[in-house]
Design a protein around this ligand. Structure first.
Ligand SMILES: [Zn+2]
Ligand SMILES: [Zn+2]
Ligand SMILES: [Zn+2]
Ligand SMILES: [Zn+2]
Length: 330
């Protein structure tokens, strides 16, 4: 992407979105290959177990991960449209028009009082809302970072959830009014192991296997476009979801779903599906394209991971860098 250096920031974000936002697929990264993220196929040496082997000329991995940073969307129930007015508005254009001058308390049809979002009767709710709302963008970012149900292991001193990211999705908060916009649950990214971003999207409410599979089906429209390995912290849940709905056989032709090495240690040792199919580094020779021979610093032969499964950490750092940069300069 090339931009004029004098472009105002609002125009920069618009231009970036046009370049990067084509249904979430980064065109510049289409068919991306490099030495770090593409390996020549290695046939199995072990005859007994080659379940994790894949039949592809060049072996690639894509890493899927969700970043919880909470961009906003329309507050209306089940509406995920962009806000009409991102600075202070809480509705998309359609719902902004539909509500017009009406009170934003759900179920109320009174007219709102000038310069507020509530009627005379709901004035106290509005006052409470404006009082609680801390000024500035930092408040929004901090609030998202501190949502206790979410796992942000890269941040120190946070209350950890024992079922990070893999556990059941917390129920939606029940909105009583439309005073503020809803927030997306996460930005879902697909990266190559070298850190190149392949695609992204926003998930409202949860990072469920249904949403993950719909996203993957949209960015890999043909079997040929799928990577040999898809690495995701909840790979075993996604795999079980595919088994239950019958799409497993089709995906199995091309792709295995593995857990990233960082999260794999927290997965249950008793979960045989996870141990058999989602192990990122099986030591039994069953995945010659995931664990490859190498020479250690003393000249001895050893095994190493074929792919870096922590690629999205770079993306997370970039996102935080961009937020901090915006705060510092605003
Ligand atoms: Zn690469
Ligand atoms: Zn809407
Ligand atoms: Zn009202
Ligand atoms: Zn697992």
């Amino acid at each position: 992407m090339e931009l004029n250096e004098t472009l105002p920031i609002d125009e920069v974000t618009k231009a970036a979105f046009i370049a990067l936002g084509k249904n979430g697929v980064i065109y510049a990264a289409n068919g991306h290959e490099c030495a770090e993220c593409t390996q020549p196929y290695r046939p199995p040496t072990n005859e007994t177990s080659n379940d994790m082997d894949v039949d592809q000329a060049d072996v690639t991995m894509h890493v899927v991960d969700g970043i919880v940073m909470g961009p906003t969307h329309c507050a209306f129930q089940n509406c995920e449209s962009d806000l009409l007015n991102a600075r202070g508005g809480s509705f998309c254009a359609i719902h902004e028009r539909a509500y017009g001058s009406k009170c934003r308390v759900i179920g109320c049809s009174n007219d709102k009082v000038h310069l507020t979002q509530a009627c005379q009767q709901h004035k106290s709710e509005w006052n409470k809302h404006t009082h609680n709302r801390s000024p500035g963008a930092l408040a929004g970012v901090r609030r998202v970072l501190r949502r206790p149900a979410e796992n942000l292991e890269w941040l120190p001193n946070l209350q950890r959830n024992p079922l990070p990211h893999d556990g059941p999705v917390p129920p939606d908060r029940e909105n009583k009014n439309y005073f503020s916009p809803n927030r997306f649950y996460c930005v879902e990214t697909v990266c190559a192991p070298c850190g190149t971003v392949i695609a992204w999207t926003k998930f409202a409410k949860s990072e469920s296997p249904t949403k993950i599979m719909n996203f993957l089906s949209s960015i890999y429209p043909t079997r040929e476009s799928r990577p040999a390995y898809i690495c995701i912290d909840k790979a075993c849940s996604v795999l079980k979801f595919n088994v239950n709905n019958g799409t497993y056989a089709d995906w199995f032709e091309t792709t295995r779903f593995v857990v990233d090495s960082y999260h794999y240690i927290n997965h249950k040792a008793t979960d045989s599906i996870c141990r058999t199919w989602c192990n990122p580094t099986p030591s039994d020779g069953s995945a010659p394209n995931l664990v490859i021979p190498a020479i250690d610093k003393y000249g001895n032969s050893c095994s190493k991971r074929a792919f870096n499964t922590q690629a999205s950490v770079f993306v997370i750092l970039l996102v935080f860098y961009s937020i901090l940069n915006r705060l510092v300069n605003s």
